[in-house]
Write a protein that binds this ligand. Sequence first.
Ligand SMILES: *Cc1c(COP(=O)(O)O)cnc(C)c1O
Length: 343
Amino acid sequence: MPIDLRSDTVTKPTPGMRAAMAAADVGDDERDGDPTTRRLEERVAKMLGKEDSLFFPSGVMANQAAVWLLAPRATEVLADVDAHIVHSEIAGVAALAGAQILAVVPSGGRVMSADDVRGAFRPRSRYYPAPGLVCVENTHNGAGGVIVPLDEFCEICAVAREHEVPVHLDGARLWNASIASGVSLPQLSAPADTVMVDLSKGLGAPIGAMLAGTRDAMERAWTARKLFGGAMRQSGILAAAALYALDHQLERLADDHENARDMADMLRGLPGVEIVEPDTNIVMVDLVAGQSVPQIAAAAREHGVLVSEWSSTRIRLVTHIDVSADDCRRAAEVLRGALTHRH
Ligand SMILES: *Cc1c(COP(=O)(O)O)cnc(C)c1O
């Protein structure tokens, strides 16, 4: 079995999770409401400090539903230039919501700041598109699992409100941000109108994500989900996996963070290599001396270690429930070898 560090989406349901899925009480969610799905929706809403939440088949669908319900047509969605919603959701914002992305380039830090957002808003004019939504990603995947500090997030939301624009929080890995920073999920969620949290990343559920917000917003999110083909039936089978994950696989995210730090420590200081200090479970390895990412990835693969070729200069390593501390140390040794011998 290779040590698979390509993503925390590769995690497979644990035996306990499979047992919980098999035993789930289910019903027709669209017709009557599925009892286990409802339990998950109520639980996640409470965990995030929102009125209600809605189960989605994927984080992408939940993000796109949020944009669809918050951003009026023919407006702009302000998002970090390296956000998931910019790179990894096709052109959903344009195709589904009829809006366009205004990509915000971080001026100094690793992710867009409140000042960056303030500067990105265009003056109101009949010549320019109007702003429709601000989207913030926490943790920020492409920047290396970076935690957006709470005060910065509050400031971004304040800027958005000055412009009378709502805020969607892409919190696919908000669980990681909360556990690593010690800031509670309701605190991290409060300033946003809607929040997406993923179930199939570090939590280890097979599929799914939750969108949370006001009861009224979730009513409209239900319409968006149906429109996108995501109305569900016996979804309790999947909700049971998520409930199991919240009971048994949430607190352990701290182990993933420790394993990421250990790998970063082992890889730091190699010639031609820069490590982005991991805040959470993602280690970005930047090859700054022209080494080939595909060659390094192939060398690692030969030794049973799978990594993600993030860009032409960046390798991404993601820790998760299916890689142990020993696996991570072994992977770091393999990568050290590959990075030292191949240029
Ligand atoms: C993975 C991810 C998503 C999408 O989630 P899926 O459940 O894979 O559709 C959205 N945003 C971020 C930041 C992600 O990392």
